[in-house]
Design a protein around this ligand. Structure first.
Ligand SMILES: N[C@@H](CCC(=O)N[C@@H](CS)C(=O)NCC(=O)O)C(=O)O
Length: 194
């Protein structure tokens, strides 16, 4: 989002595998101990956590990636909320059961439950993207930005491509390719890779 908007920013790498998200300095920004969080020193300084709130704040600050039309604006927020309440938690837990500590659990029902629900969510997104380039149609928005990273990680970092039958979701695949081809997304990925 910061690359897309062109806002000046200073990235800080927080290594969650080294538990840096629970360092006191980071907890001062986000008492919930999870990335991402931002601190905006301009105007009245503001610390924010939860990616949905951050995206909305930056969209309103710049007047970009959210519509000024009230109905379209709330529909965009609806899809961001859908990511926050459904996609993020479900894909994240699937990652836990498929790749991290939960992988060793003998009982595969929790993994399969999260895989089934993740596939259902991908189906909802696939349907939404049928006949649309982006979640809100022709305009790329914070709804897409909120979802791209999770979908990319589901089939990449979390290694769940086959488990969720990703190859069936042709509209999601085309959307992911379009999103990843955006120069700002590529620049953002380089920041986190550094
Ligand atoms: N709803 C939160 C989710 C944040 C989240 O799950 N962050 C994960 C990485 S994707 C994290 O910081 N995990 C470290 C931990 O739980 O200790 C948001 O969208 O900002």
């Amino acid at each position: 989002m910061l690359e897309e908007t062109g806002l000046a920013y200073e990235p800080h790498r927080i290594d969650i595998l080294a538990d840096e998200s629970h360092d006191p300095a980071f907890l001062a920004l986000n008492p919930n101990g999870k990335i991402p969080a931002i601190y905006d020193p301009s105007g009245t300084p503001l610390a924010l956590f939860e990616s949905g709130a951050i995206l909305l704040y930056l969209a309103d600050k710049t007047g970009q990636f959210i519509s000024a039309d009230p109905n379209t604006r709330y529909e965009t927020i609806q899809w961001v909320m859908w990511q926050m309440g459904g996609v993020g938690p479900m894909f994240g837990q699937l990652g836990f059961f498929n790749k991290f500590a939960g992988k060793a659990y003998e009982d595969k029902r929790p993994r399969d439950r999260h895989a089934t629900e993740s596939a259902r969510l991908l189906g909802v997104l696939d349907e939404r993207l049928s006949g649309r380039d982006w979640v809100m149609g022709t305009d790329y928005s914070i709804a897409d930005i909120s979802l791209l990273g999770w979908v990319r990680n589901l089939i990449g970092f979390y290694e769940a491509r086959e488990l969720v039958g990703f190859d069936c979701f042709l509209h999601v695949q085309a959307w992911l390719d379009r999103g990843l081809a955006r120069p700002a997304v590529q620049r953002g990925l380089q920041v986190t890779a550094a």
